[in-house]
Design a binder for this molecule. Structure first.
Ligand code: TRP
Length: 333
């Protein structure tokens, strides 16, 4: 990996299966980036335990996600794919950065407020300081770009603030990263409650599509997707959130513009439209599902990927960590 390429770092919590939303919103775009950028993809298991996890389940979903990343087209030779807890420098830099992150700014994080409102029985300190760890994830690789959904934009902003604060005190240490937010497909909504983002925490049956879902389940979920009492296929997120969401999904999966979709379904009602969207999603996900299941049958191959990834990641991460330890005044080992 050459030094003149810009660096991209992204992470997903291995706390569940990957959704169609995260594929269309983020992962789909990652594969193409490898030629132009030096890319790091991290399974954020340290972040995952800010919510209570079943240990066996966490282990299984972490491996499943690596398999799915590779199946989504991330070439492990061209990309650095690793597990966050395998590179201890993240936790170490996370601690240092938490000392340069203010209580007040953490209190303003909307995700913290949302998550603590939803989980009043487990508002732990890790949930609160999470943005400092996320800043460490990004800054430790001197990342230029961070592909994140809208919900993580505020965390990239606080990361920039922390980096600037640290640089201001100790001199140029961290590169200031930029969020990288893809346009079409950035925000896929629940099929059942289209005012909410498609997410694993969606409790409604059929609201969320997973990459490993069977084709017949996907088709059924799209046939049952919530629309509105109108009959016109038209892009209008404010008044027609369900239909607009289906159009977004169809636009990305079938490679069509909104105008093309509106014309193709003019006068046809929602039935045909929902079937077409479901079929386009099935065809998009079919090769991914097949490849992921094949990889999950080969544990040794998967292990090779994440071990090599962690070694490569640690080389870069340790360089930044040493620099930081020196700047804050720790005695060299
Ligand atoms: N916080 C992110 C999420 O909940 C996951 C994450 C952890 C991440 N570290 C990161 C994303 C660094 C981008 C960069 O989805």
């Amino acid at each position: 990996m050459s030094d003149d390429k810009k660096i991209i770092l992204s992470g997903i919590q291995p706390s569940g299966k990957l959704t169609l939303g995260s594929y269309l919103g983020a992962i789909k775009n990652w594969a193409e980036l490898a030629d132009e950028y030096d890319c790091y993809y991290m399974l954020a298991d340290l972040h995952a335990i800010t919510a209570r996890q079943d240990p066996a389940e966490l282990r299984r979903t972490t491996l499943e996600q690596i398999a799915q990343y590779v199946a989504c087209g991330l070439d492990p030779e061209k990309n650095t794919i690793f597990i966050q807890s395998h590179v201890p420098a993240h936790a170490e830099l996370g601690w240092v950065l938490s000392c340069y992150t203010m209580f007040g700014e953490l209190s303003r994080m909307t995700q913290f407020k949302d998550k603590s409102a939803k989980n009043a029985e487990n508002i732990n300190a890790g949930l609160f300081t999470y943005p400092a760890l996320m800043a460490a994830d990004i800054l430790i690789y001197q990342a230029d770009l961070v592909p994140v959904g809208d919900d993580q934009k505020q965390h990239v902003e606080i990361c920039r603030d922390i980096a600037q604060r640290f640089n201001g005190i100790y001199g140029e240490t961290f590169k200031i990263p930029e969020p990288f937010i893809p346009k079409v497909g950035a925000r896929v909504m629940s099929l059942q409650e289209p005012e909410n983002k498609m997410s694993k925490s969606d409790k409604t049956a059929g609201g969320c599509i997973y990459l490993l879902d069977k084709p017949e389940d996907i088709l059924r979920a799209f046939k049952r997707a919530v629309t509105d009492s109108d009959t016109v296929v038209r892009y209008d997120p404010a008044n027609k959130p369900g239909v607009s969401n289906l159009m977004q999904i169809y636009a990305v999966c079938a490679g069509k513009t909104f105008a093309e979709i509106e014309n193709a379904f003019a006068g046809k009602g929602y039935g045909d439209f929902k079937t077409a969207v479901g079929e386009a999603v099935v065809e998009t996900l079919r090769p991914i599902r097949e490849k992921a299941l094949e990889l999950l049958g080969d544990k040794a191959y998967l292990e090779g990927i994440y071990k090599a990834g962690a070694e490569r990641a640690a080389r870069t991460a340790n360089r930044t960590l040493s620099k930081v330890y020196k700047k804050v005044g720790f005695v060299a080992k």
